[in-house]
Design a protein around this ligand. Structure first.
Ligand SMILES: [Zn+2]
Length: 223
């Protein structure tokens, strides 16, 4: 799941209108940013597997994407983004929504904790039903869009998320195939940079769009 991770952002913004949208737009990708950093350091990463669905890789993410790891990291993210309101929940929800999204589509690469190695998910949808997974993620984006506000900024943000979904379809696997032709030492470093930026860049753009909306509302209230 890629674009689908961003889909809950506009729903969360509806429930927490006073929280900075950046908390949500960057939070939904936080676990993958950690995954990117750990991949760079050689602690987590990918290995090629043609049977693993359209991406063609097995993912090793026992720290960033285990249930325990996700809860702890999301909790830290919640504290870090709580601000003056000291509300941990919005940041926690954004970050933890990533784990739930991954549970729905990932192959069997999500463990309970990094120590016991007990496998708890995902559903293998990616590997077994790649086409269905694509439309499932699209439907998920659309359902979330129906649950968010319908002003022009939110519509633009949801449109961008849908665009990410379609553009990511061929792009991601092609990019990964290219990376796996590089010398082994460079492979993980390149994937790390790709993964990290593919969440931070859209996160910043979506945050900017939704933040514009927030400041417009606030300035109209002041008048
Ligand atoms: Zn992930």
């Amino acid at each position: 799941m890629f674009a689908g991770h961003f889909a809950p952002v506009t729903v969360l913004q509806r429930f927490y209108p006073n929280v900075s949208p950046y908390v949500f737009t960057l939070g939904v990708g936080a676990l993958d940013v950690i995954f990117g950093i750990l991949t760079y350091l050689g602690i987590e990463g990918f290995s090629p597997n043609p049977q693993a669905g359209p991406m063609g890789v097995d993912i090793h993410c026992n720290y960033s994407h285990s249930l325990l790891g996700s809860i702890i990291l999301s909790f830290i993210y919640g504290i870090a983004t709580a601000g003056r309101s000291s509300a941990i929940i919005p940041g926690f929800l954004a970050s933890f929504s990533h784990f739930i999204g991954d549970m729905l589509v990932h192959n069997q690469d999500l463990v309970l904790d990094p120590f016991s190695n007990i496998m708890i998910g995902g559903t293998n949808m990616w590997g077994n039903f790649p086409t269905f997974a694509f439309y499932f993620e699209m439907a998920f984006c659309l359902v979330c869009a129906t649950q968010s506000h319908k002003d022009s900024h939110t519509l633009l943000a949801n449109g961008l998320i849908l665009f990410l979904h379609f553009s990511g379809r061929s792009g991601t696997s092609e990019l990964l195939q290219k990376v796996f032709r590089l010398p082994e030492a460079l492979q993980q470093k390149y994937t790390a940079v790709i993964i990290t930026s593919s969440f931070i860049v859209p996160g910043l753009i979506l945050g900017y769009i939704l933040n514009r909306k927030k400041s417009l509302i606030e300035s109209s209230k002041r008048k």
